[in-house]
Design a protein around this ligand. Structure first.
Ligand code: LLP
Length: 418
């Protein structure tokens, strides 16, 4: 399957390590991450952007994989970090991210969260609504009394351009009726207000039309929409490029994606403007593979149910967005096999990892690999049915090291008060 290779016996190898060795060492379920693949993708974005638009920066949308090891890795690669709210902000700072490169998002940022961002020196706060402006004015008026610098806070206005990309409704954000950002007339009003502020420095505008987008037109249209709002110092063009989950997905390359946006930018945006992008999924999805053990194989009702020791506790993509994944028995050659329904251990029928996947003679105890699970799986993992969230293991140059341990049963009670 995507991202893996096979050795001469047909056993799956991931980032130079046989996956059976990883399962032996860390148990299952486990999320294995190819560190070099994330670094390579980060450079591909940074270099691709710099080659096309020198005054630019790639920022990682950290919601896609908010664990400190991943923050650290992308901060090391020199990327900015997009954080949504106080939790991700705290994680980014703990991992050593430069506050100046933080882009703070959220459609419901509390005053406490905004204060945290301002106090931390976050370079950019994205204004989603007029309440953000009111809260920031209040916070900065207090701060000005206290601090020597009385510095201004850089902000961007998030614009809803009324673009509906072809993706799952739950992750489409650019349409009229979206809860995110401000429609063009309101965005103009917010811009006018911010231009009159002596505490907030309007740097520019932001747009993000959705996620897992496999067609380039919406990205080009989004640039056209922000260009209509006038000339600014900064344009943040968001994230959204889709990843290759299955053999039949063919997402555009990073370079084609950058060209689609920057060809329009070259025509419509000021040549000296700074351009930011915020890839999340496409930065990390293909770097991850989830490992499971088969617990039961049951035939009936027209299906072969292959049930594993994980599921919607560690991967909600299928339940929430009907995402399709490939899968393979990790110890035998992949290829033709019986069409199986790969299901999890949780108490509902929606707990399916792959509805129709060919598996070679699946048996209890077999190791199953589900690739392309680097994005939004760790982020959405949960304790449903008392599931212990899996460890995260980094692999690099044939070596492996755990960066997040598996939860224990004791962890399930950690927050309970007597
Ligand atoms: N910028 C903003 C403001 C965003 O809201 C997002 C994602 C991104 C950038 C990154 O988009 P990406 O490159 O990852 O498509 N939980 C869903 C995905 C939700 C995406 C939310 N926003 C899932 O698991 O599919």
């Amino acid at each position: 399957p995507p991202g893996t290779t096979q050795d001469e016996t047909g056993a799956l190898v991931f980032a130079g390590v046989p996956v059976a060795e990883l399962a032996e060492t860390y148990g299952t379920p486990a999320l294995i991450v190819d560190e070099a693949a994330i670094r390579a993708r980060a450079r591909q974005y940074a270099d691709g952007l710099a080659a096309r638009w020198p005054n630019s920066r790639a920022t990682f949308a950290s919601k896609a994989f908010p664990c400190t090891a991943v923050y650290r890795l992308l901060a090391e690669e020199g990327l900015g970090i997009d954080v949504a709210g106080g939790g991700e902000l705290t994680l980014a700072l703990a991992a050593g991210a430069d506050p100046a490169g933080l882009v703070v998002h959220g459609n419901a940022k509390t005053e406490e969260e905004l204060r945290l961002a301002v106090e931390a020196g976050a370079g950019t706060i994205v204004v989603d609504n007029f309440d953000d402006i009111d809260k920031l004015e209040t916070i900065l008026s207090e701060k000005r009394g206290l601090s020597e610098t009385g510095s201004e806070q850089g902000v961007l206005v998030r614009v809803t351009p009324d673009i509906r990309p072809d993706t799952h409704e739950a992750v489409s954000t650019g349409q009229n009726g979206s809860k995110f950002g401000l429609l063009l007339p309101q965005a103009r009003e917010a811009i006018a207000r911010l231009r009159g502020s002596d505490r907030l420095r309007l740097d520019g505008v932001h747009v993000h039309v959705g996620s897992q987008i496999l067609d380039l037109d919406p990205f080009a249209q989004a640039v056209e929409a922000v260009a209509e709002l006038g000339e600014f110092a900064v344009y943040d063009l968001g994230g959204g490029l889709g990843s290759r989950y299955t053999y039949t997905d063919h997402p555009p390359t990073v370079e084609a994606y950058l060209d689609a946006m920057l060809d329009v930018a070259r025509k419509l945006l000021p040549a000296d403007a700074r351009i930011l992008i915020e890839p999340g999924r496409s930065m990390v999805a293909e770097s991850g593979v989830s490992l499971y053990r088969v617990v039961s194989v049951k035939r009936g009702g027209g299906h072969t149910f292959v049930a594993v020791d994980g599921g919607m506790g560690d991967n909600l993509e299928v339940s929430l967005y009907q995402q399709r994944f490939e899968a393979a028995v990790a110890t035998r050659p992949t290829g033709a096999g019986e069409l199986c329904r790969l299901v999890g251990r949780h108490c509902e029928s929606g707990d399916t990892l792959s509805a129709d996947v060919p598996l070679d003679d699946p048996r209890v105890g077999d190791l199953i690999a589900v690739p392309v699970t680097g994005a939004y799986t760790y982020a959405l993992s949960n304790n449903y049915n008392g599931a212990r969230r899996p460890p995260v293991v980094f692999v690099r140059d044939g070596e492996h090291r755990p960066v997040v341990r598996r939860e224990t049963y004791a962890d399930l009670m950690r927050r309970d008060l007597p």
